[in-house]
Ligand binder design. Structure first.
Ligand SMILES: [Zn+2]
Length: 402
């Protein structure tokens, strides 16, 4: 009796989950689902932020936590050890190294604190095993390899601690590769010698190489240099929106021909022109920056920042991107790459709360399954998009480990 009442109360308190057809809901629940780029460890580092509690975009701009993963039928994904691009002085390189190690420890501590809900995944087969146990699987990835600049051998240590995907570069050129968005333009004309060495080391260890954010030349060279297929963990289509961060059709085809996968990004600024004004950008940055530098260190501060963020949205209104924009990129990339070479990496928690209408957080994910069903894709194809394709690449990379 007591239990029934508690369940009823739980039900009554549950917020609205994405409304989809019963068929889409059942399929989505049946599939193994992963997102290849979750920036949620940024939140793990904020004092008092508990992933076992349900949060909301409106209260702290977050998009992922355990309750919402459950509601959105997201079984797991790649959780990112992200490091801001910075100087290349030895001091800055040491700081980057220490930041990544601290972030790694934070993620491992978070897993240790929630053993009934989260589990570290090390091999491709672990995803299904962990999901079947009712927990969410957590793979580790790195975005921006600068923490390895002082000592690339540290990659071996990160691998032993669970790292399985390595993103070479972020929004600025670094020690290893040119970025697609560095205002100064190319520095290495692609990969640096250290970048080539790092790819060889990752191949030997059995780590997937992630080229999201890399310049076109770095992409071309890494595609040649890597012994194993390449991953783009969160990238959209240049044919639909001409942004340097997006990939053109010829390169999408080349990636697929080599067996790789492109995981489509939902970041609004890469889906369509955001009509940014400097005033709008400054207001948004002021509201989101403290989440990234760790100064959003109390629930009250996070609520105030979220309020400031939504005020900036009202003060400087722009046309919002929608689930339709995301689906256009996804369907185009499926058409170009072929359905076996596409997945999803929506950049949740990576955009400081920026979200497309209809894709506000992970609870919206069943809508994507519903759209894919309506497009006529088979269950096995949709299973491929939701993780099967990426896990296939991971198996190849594991097999090539020396
Ligand atoms: Zn990114």
């Amino acid at each position: 009796m007591k239990r029934t009442l508690a369940l009823l109360l739980l039900f009554a308190a549950a917020p609205a989950v994405a409304q989809v057809s019963p068929e889409a809901h059942a399929l989505h629940e049946r599939l193994l689902t992963l997102d290849s780029h979750l920036d949620t460890p940024v939140y793990f580092s904020l004092p008092g932020w508990n992933p076992a509690q349900r949060h909301a975009l409106e209260t702290d701009l977050s998009q992922v936590d355990i309750p919402r993963m459950r509601e959105g039928g997201l079984d797991g994904g790649f959780f990112v050890i992200y490091t801001d691009p910075g100087e290349r002085t030895p001091e800055a390189q040491r700081a980057a190294r220490d930041h990544a190690l601290a972030r790694l420890v934070t993620i491992r501590e978070t897993l240790a604190a929630h053993p009934d809900d989260l589990a570290l995944a090390l091999r491709a087969d672990d995803a299904a095993r962990i999901a079947a146990s009712g927990r969410r699987f957590v793979y580790l990835s790195m975005e921006n390899a600068s923490p390895l600049a002082l000592d690339p051998g540290l990659l071996d240590f990160h691998y032993r601690q669970g790292l399985r995907m390595l993103g070479l570069v972020h929004v600025q050129n670094n020690e290893f590769a040119d970025s697609s968005t560095d205002k100064a333009g190319p520095e290495w004309n692609g990969l640096s010698p250290a970048g080539r060495d790092l790819i060889a080391r990752a191949n030997r260890l059995g780590l997937m190489i992630d080229l999201s954010h890399a310049s076109d030349a770095a992409f071309d060279q890494a595609l040649e240099a890597s012994r194993t297929p390449i991953v783009l963990s969160h990238t959209s289509a240049k044919a639909l929106y001409d942004h340097p961060r997006n990939l053109d059709d010829a390169r999408i085809r080349a990636l697929a021909e080599k067996g790789g996968v492109i995981q489509v990004n939902a970041y609004p600024g890469y889906l369509a022109d955001e009509h940014k004004s400097p005033e709008r950008q400054a207001a948004i940055d002021a509201a989101t920056g403290p989440f990234w530098d760790g100064s959003a260190d109390s629930a009250e501060k996070r609520q105030a920042l979220a309020d400031a963020y939504f005020k900036a949205q009202r003060d400087f209104p722009v046309p919002r991107t929608t689930l339709d924009d995301f689906m256009r990129h996804l369907l185009h990339i499926i058409e170009v790459a072929g359905p076996e070479h596409v997945g999803l990496g929506a950049d949740f928690d990576g955009a400081g709360g920026l979200a497309s209408v209809g894709l506000e957080d992970v609870t919206a994910l069943p809508r994507i399954t519903e759209r894919l069903l309506a497009e006529g894709f088979s269950e096995s194809q949709i299973a491929g998009f939701w993780g099967g394709n990426l896990l296939r690449v991971m198996r190849q990379v594991e097999a090539a480990r020396e």
